[in-house]
Design a protein around this ligand. Structure first.
Ligand code: FAD
Length: 404
C-alpha cells in the first residue's frame, strides 16, 4: 500500500516486529490471506494470528484483477461455493461498514455459433437448477441490456444468444483487501507488510513456523495464501502441487462518456469487458499459454484483445488504451481451487485461484477459517481438498476462466 493511501485509511497497524509465536501464521496478505484472518477473528475468536506479506497488502492479484463476481460455474459444487461467496459480497458492506463499491450489473455470456449457443443454453439451465439465477436470452434482449453491441459481430461473429447471469457483479478490488485488513487489525490480528517468508520451520515432518528476515516465527498452523508463488512455498515442505503459474493480462481505456451497464463475455472470441466506476472500459481475456512469473504486458496481447473487443463493440476504436498490467496466477490442472490440508502436518493452503479467485475471497476465507478453527472441512469446501487428485476425483470446471 502506498503512503498516500495509508493516510486515507484507518488501518490500526501494530508497531514493532512480529512476536516469536502465534496460533496461526498466514503467508500472503492478498484477499484470501486477509479474509481468512478476518473470519478467524470475527467468527471464531482466534486473534493470535499474524499475516505476513513480502510486499504491501493487495500487491498481488487481489489488487490487479478485473473485479468480476459471479457464480455461473460449470459443476454443482462450484456453483454452490461461488453463489455463497457472491451473497457474502452482497452483505460485506453492511457487515463491515466499509464501502467496497459493490455493484450488481448482470453478466451476459455471448454465443456466436450454434454450438456455443447450445453451451450457453446448457449453462443457463444448469446454473438455474443449482441456484445461480441465469436465463438464456436472445439477441433482442441482449441489445436492450447492452445497446453498444454490434449484433452482427462485424459480419463475422453474429450474436446468436447468451446466458444472462442476473447477479453478476463487481466490487473495487483494493477496497476489498483494505476492508478485510481493517477488520482483521481491529480485532487484534497482526499484519506485517514488507516481511517476506523465506522458508518454513520444521520439526521432523511437521511444519512449525516460518523464517523471515525479522526472525523465526513459530505457529500452530501455517497457511500459505501466496497466489502465484505457491509452488515455491509448497516446495519448502516437499509438496509438489498440480499448479502452474501463468500470467494474466488486462487493460483499461480512457473514460467512455456513456453508461455501459453489464459485464459481457464472449465464448467464441474469448474476452470480457465491463465499465469501471470512473467510466473506463476494462478488458481481459485468457491467461498466457506459456507458464511464467512475468508481470509485464505484451503488445501482441493488447493488439489481439483490442481487435476482438472492437469487433463486437465498435465504439472502442475511438478510445485509447490507458494502462495495462498482468498478474501471476496459480492455475490448477482442473481449474478449481485447492483448499486446506497439504498432507504435511501444520501446513495448509489456499490456492488454485488462477484467474478466478477474487470472487471467492469471502467464502474461501470464511470456510478456511472454520477448517482451521474446528479441524473439519465444511461441506462447501470439502470437495476442494488436495487429496482429490490422489482419489482421481478432480473437479474439472473450465468455466472458471469466465471466457469459456
Ligand atoms: C489481470 C487479472 C484479472 C483477474 N480478474 C478476476 C476477476 O475478474 N474475477 C475473479 O474472481 N478473479 C480474477 N482474477 C484472479 C484473482 O485476482 C486472484 O485469484 C485472487 O486475487 C488471488 O488472491 P490471493 O489472495 O490468493 O493472492 P494474491 O492477491 O496474489 O496475494 C498473494 C500475496 O502473497 C504475497 N507473497 C508471495 N510470496 C510471499 C512470501 N514468500 N512471503 C510473504 N508474502 C508472499 C504477495 O506479495 C501477495 O501480496 C484476476 C487476476 C488477474 C491477474
Amino acid at each position: 500500500m502506498n503512503e498516500f493511501v495509508e493516510t486515507l485509511l484507518d488501518l490500526p497497524w501494530q508497531v514493532g516486529d512480529p512476536k516469536p509465536a502465534y496460533d496461526v501464521v498466514i503467508i500472503g496478505a492478498g484477499g484470501h490471506g486477509l479474509a481468512t484472518a478476518y473470519y478467524l477473528a470475527t467468527r471464531h475468536g482466534i486473534t493470535n494470528v499474524c499475516v505476513l506479506d513480502a510486499n504491501y497488502i493487495g500487491s498481488g492479484n487481489s489488487g490487479r484483477n478485473t473485479t468480476i463476481i459471479r457464480s455461473n460455474y460449470g459443476i454443482p459444487e462450484s456453483v454452490a461455493f461461488y453463489q455463497h461467496s457472491l451473497e457474502m459480497y452482497q452483505q460485506l458492506e453492511a457487515e463491515t461498514g466499509s464501502w467496497i463499491m459493490h455493484s450488481t450489473k448482470g453478466q451476459i455470456w455471448l454465443a456466436h455459433s450454434v454450438s456455443t449457443a447450445r453451451t450457453e443454453r446448457t449453462r443457463a439451465l444448469m446454473n438455474e437448477a443449482c441456484g445461480a439465477k441465469t436465463d438464456y436470452i436472445g439477441p433482442e434482449e441482449i441489445k436492450r441490456l447492452c445497446p453498444q453491441i454490434d449484433l452482427t459481430g462485424g459480419g463475422r461473429y453474429p450474436v446468436q444468444g447468451a446466458s444472462y447471469h442476473h447477479e453478476g457483479a463487481t466490487a473495487r478490488h483494493d477496497r476489498v483487501v483494505w476492508t478485510y485488513a481493517q477488520g482483521a487489525l481491529r480485532n487484534g490480528v497482526h499484519v506485517f507488510q514488507h516481511t517476506p517468508v523465506t522458508g518454513l520451520l520444521k520439526d521432523g515432518d511437521r511444519v512449525t513456523g516460518v523464517q523471515t528476515p525479522k526472525g523465526n516465527i513459530s505457529a500452530g498452523v501455517v497457511l500459505s495464501a501466496v497466489g502465484g508463488h505457491v509452488s515455491t512455498v509448497a516446495g519448502w515442505a516437499g509438496v509438489r502441487l498440480p499448479i502452474r503459474t501463468h500470467a494474466l493480462q488486462a487493460f483499461v481505456t480512457n473514460a467512455y462518456a456513456q453508461e455501459f451497464a453489464p459485464i459481457v463475455s464472449s465464448n467464441d472470441l474469448v474476452f470480457y469487458i465491463s465499465q469501471t466506476p470512473r467510466g473506463q472500459m476494462l478488458i481481459g481475456a485468457e491467461y498466457d499459454r506459456q507458464a511464467s512469473y512475468r508481470t509485464s504486458t505484451s503488445y501482441s496481447y493488447l493488439q489481439a484483445c483490442s481487435a476482438k473487443a472492437t469487433t463486437l463493440f465498435p465504439f472502442l476504436s475511438k478510445l485509447r488504451i490507458l494502462r495495462s498490467w498482468a498478474g501471476i496466477c496459480d492455475v490448477s490442472t482442473d481449474f478449481s481451487p485447492i483448499l486446506g490440508h497439504t498432507g504435511v502436518d501444520g501446513l495448509m493452503i489456499s490456492t488454485g485461484w488462477g484467474t478466478w479467485g477474487f470472487k471467492a475471497i469471502p467464502a474461501a476465507g470464511e470456510q478456511l477459517a472454520e477448517l482451521i478453527a474446528t479441524g473439519t472441512a465444511p461441506p462447501l469446501i470439502a470437495p476442494f481438498g488436495l487429496d482429490r487428485f490422489a482419489k482421481e476425483a478432480a473437479m474439472a470446471d473450465p468455466s472458471s476462466a469466465g471466457t469459456r
